[in-house]
Design a protein around this ligand. Structure first.
Ligand code: C2O
Ligand code: CU
Ligand code: CU
Length: 415
């Protein structure tokens, strides 16, 4: 923290080598290290300044996925960082408590840069902690990624790009986590290129979802499974009993992007567990529901392949949508083909319905990324921010990175 109270973070994108999987180490990229990056943590109201240096041999960017900020600070394809250069965005954190993340966003190369390992978590706190919040003790990040054994796979191969059969959690294959408290909060990020996870515990135990992409739920929701597509986050609280062991797994779904049952991490509870605060009945700091005004603008987006939206490939020089500051709009995403998802920069949205059906309760909170099932229509109530900049666009796109890179992306400005 500097003299004026600004929180300063330094990130260096660099190359390294990591033994991610059994066998020879492979070339990996990371922030301040060989793979992934440090967790950034700030509180609502903090001024933050990032110093991002690119020590790679090619141009990249760093996008703050989930952060509400001016378009020039967003880190999308319009804020390139050349090799050797430094980019220093700054903004005031002003949004509900969230688990967000950061990753490169260079147009056409995001899949390769993220797969190499460039990603990190960005936690926003808001108000006093009523949930477990001792980082690394009872507040644990879980970054889920799937890998293939090929050390340099083509991330633009096939319909979906890379779908791995080796699961990493926080860059660790077949990891083991020791827990020492009765309850643990997990902040789960799907940092994979294409895979959809259906998370369950091997013993089928239930747990509570307390937050989604863009803020806490109004109240904890009990579930025994949650599903996450690339870019989505969920916060859950899990109870343990002394001395037990349990596996966190992902199980197959019915889609092309969720094939296979895999163990993710083994959790071992200490024989005697420290007491945890009770799970609150209502969660403080939950954002108010997004209210759609009667005459709200409706915009339609059609996904009918893997390289375009509404029949148009992403074009850096074309503005697709112009949105008034602070607007609430309905965005209707129609998918006529196989699995996609949809992410909108800068905003928070709530899912109104998927083919007319309300989302499950645990997925009904504020979000910024949503699964769009094959041959379905998802309607979103989107709350736009207040930062105007007619000359600098934000992105919306499929977060299956192969699709994003192939042009399934568009640009909007807030005016
Ligand atoms: Cu996570 Cu446009 O990105
Ligand atoms: Cu984003
Ligand atoms: Cu897609």
């Amino acid at each position: 923290r500097g003299e004026d109270g600004t929180l300063a973070f330094a990130l260096t994108m660099q190359r390294g080598r990591s033994a991610l999987l059994p066998g020879e180490p492979v070339e990996t990229w990371g922030f301040n290290g060989p793979y992934l990056g440090p967790t950034i943590r700030a509180s609502r109201g903090d001024k933050v300044r990032m110093t991002v240096t690119n020590r790679l041999a090619e141009t990249s960017t760093v996008h703050w996925h989930g952060m509400r900020l001016p378009a020039g600070m967003d880190g999308g394809p319009h804020q390139p960082i050349e090799p050797g250069a430094t980019w220093s965005p700054h903004w005031t954190v002003d949004q509900p408590a969230t688990t967000s993340w950061y990753h490169p966003h260079p147009h056409g190369a995001t899949a390769r840069h993220v797969y190499r390992g460039l990603a990190g978590m960005f936690i926003v706190d808001d108000g006093p902690a009523e949930l477990p919040s001792r980082y690394g003790v009872d507040d644990i990040p879980l970054i889920l990624q799937d890998k293939v054994l090929d050390p340099a796979p083509d991330p633009l191969k096939g319909t979906f790009g890379i779908l791995g059969d080796h699961m990493l959690v926080n860059g660790t294959y077949r990891g083991l986590l020791n827990v020492r408290t009765e309850r643990v909060r997990f902040r789960v990020l799907n940092g994979s290129n294409a895979r959809r996870y259906h998370l369950t515990f091997a013993d089928g135990r239930s747990f509570h979802v307390v937050g989604g992409d863009a803020g806490p739920l109004a109240a904890p929701v009990e579930v025994d499974r949650v599903s996450l597509t690339p870019g989505e986050r969920v916060e859950v609280v899990v109870s343990f009993t002394g001395g037990e062991q349990v596996l966190l797994r992902t199980v197959s779904g019915s889609d092309d992007i969720d094939e296979g049952d895999f163990d993710l991490v083994k959790i071992v509870a200490a024989p005697r567990l420290a007491a945890s605060p009770p799970l609150p009945g209502r969660l403080a700091g939950a954002p108010a529901p997004v209210v759609v005004p009667p005459q709200a603008t409706v915009r339609r987006f059609r996904l009918n392949g893997h390289d375009a939206i509404n029949g148009q490939e992403m074009d850096m020089s074309r503005i697709d949508e112009v949105v008034p500051a602070g607007a609430v709009e309905i965005w209707e995403v129609e998918n006529t083909v196989y699995a996609h998802n949809f992410h909108i920069h800068e905003v928070a949205f709530q899912v109104l319905d998927v083919d007319g059906a309300k989302p499950e309760k645990w997925a009904a909170g504020h979000k910024d990324t949503v699964y769009v099932p094959p041959k379905s229509t998802v309607r979103l109530a989107v709350q736009f921010g207040k930062f105007t900049d007619p000359g600098t666009p934000y992105m919306y796109h499929c977060h299956l990175l192969r699709h994003e890179d192939s042009g399934m992306m568009g640009q909007f400005v807030i005016v």
